[in-house]
Design a protein around this ligand. Structure first.
Ligand code: MG
Length: 388
């Protein structure tokens, strides 16, 4: 280390491609998980390296990170993200977040720029934890729990029989909560009811059923209310993303009209976006994805806003164990944690990213307690599936 403080020396984006394709989302099989994934790797002159995965168009994010510095000093607005932070102290996470946001503002503010900033931010928190030899939840402010209840996260199956079979499979694995998402849901209202009914019958009353209707089928708020009411008797724990993520007024209308908890936020980003979702959208549950919302620096603020507003935070995480670990740290830190989303797909980009994959036991996943994210990235996996 030079001149008494640590410096960032390199920020790389690795683009990975799974050998199997994400299979038919309307089929009976378990999805294979992400086909493409971006990995951010931040190096320092102290020999400490931080990592994050990134759910975005990875090759576009790579361009945003690696683009040159174009602006004159003092007027940064069009710059590659790496150019803004190489040479900086990685422990200054909050200042560097705003430097990247400000320095990319003409092409950024949301979308791929904020997703790349999110992943870099997570990697910086990973570095900070390794530097201080503490897990990230301690750096966030504390550990309220050692383990978090998991929900199996999968897609709707196309028939009631296939729903029963899938439900049985996850219960046999030890899950006590299952989320079925979109796929066939929304094409036939009668079938929708039968699919949800089949899952509820199979799991009995003691387990939790979560429903992600997805917003790909465009609904008006009144149509959305009808959908929620049609499945309300099967007591879904929440209904997720029933409207377009931009329809804040629609979310308020739905949330105020039904008893079921309404969840949204996996597409939302920044503290300003989440403030709008809370104040205008009036949803019951916020679902920040740490690799899309702005990373830990923003997620910590979202938790604080949610606590003040009396809404829940259930982080979205459907990529690799890196994001699941990040979600576990956020859940360990928040007082009212409910679930960690556990991607059940078996593709290598979900399951082989770290040397000791996270395991669910008796419905819970332990919070990693090693420094930083608390996982050791499998560099062989990165090299094996790297395409750029
Ligand atoms: Mg979703």
């Amino acid at each position: 280390m030079q001149s008494g403080r640590m410096k960032i020396t390199n920020v790389e984006v690795l683009v990975l491609k799974s050998p199997g394709l994400y299979n038919n989302p309307e089929g009976s099989e378990e999805p294979l998980g992400p086909t493409y994934m971006g990995i951010v790797r931040v190096s320092t002159d102290a020999g400490i390296t931080g990592y994050s995965d990134m759910e975005t168009a990875a090759s576009v994010a790579k361009a945003a990170v690696e683009a040159p510095r174009w602006s004159e000093p003092g007027v940064e607005a069009f710059d590659g993200l790496a150019s803004l932070i190489v040479g900086e102290n990685p422990l200054e996470v909050e200042r560097l977040w705003y430097k990247m946001y400000r320095g990319s503002i003409y092409y950024g503010r949301r979308g791929v720029a904020i997703q790349a900033i999110s992943a870099i931010d997570i990697a910086l928190w990973d570095i900070m934890g390794k530097f201080y030899q503490q897990p990230i939840h301690i750096l966030l402010g504390g550990k309220w729990r050692d383990k978090v209840r998991a929900y199996a996260s999968t897609l709707f199956r196309p028939t009631p029989e296939a729903m029963r079979e899938a439900t049985k499979k996850y219960l046999d694995q030890g899950f006590t909560a299952i989320k079925f998402g979109w796929g066939v849901f929304g094409k036939d209202p009668n079938l929708d009811v039968r699919l949800v009914e089949a899952a509820r019958q199979q799991m009995g009353s003691q387990n939790d059923l979560l429903v992600d209707t997805g917003w790909f089928i465009e609904r008006t708020p009144k149509q959305a209310i009808q959908v929620v009411r049609s499945i309300e008797s099967f007591r879904p724990f929440f209904v997720e993303e029933i409207l377009h993520p931009e329809d804040y007024d629609g979310y308020r209308q739905v949330a105020e009209s039904v008893d079921t908890l309404i969840a949204c936020g996996e597409q939302e980003a920044t503290e300003w976006g989440f403030r709008q979702l809370i104040e205008q959208g009036k949803v019951d549950i916020l679902q920040p994805d740490l690799t899309r919302c702005g990373g830990f620096t923003i997620a910590r603020k979202i938790v604080h806003m949610a606590e003040l507003a009396n809404v829940l935070v259930i982080p979205h995480s459907w990529s690799s164990d890196l994001l699941t670990a990040a979600s576990l740290h956020l859940n360990a830190f928040q007082r009212r944690a409910v679930f960690v989303e556990f991607n059940t797909s078996q593709g290598p980009l979900s399951r082989a990213m770290v040397k000791t994959p996270l395991q669910m036991t008796d419905g819970y996943v332990p919070v990693p307690c090693g420094p930083g994210l608390g996982l050791e990235v499998n560099e062989e996996t990165l090299e094996k599936y790297r395409i750029a």
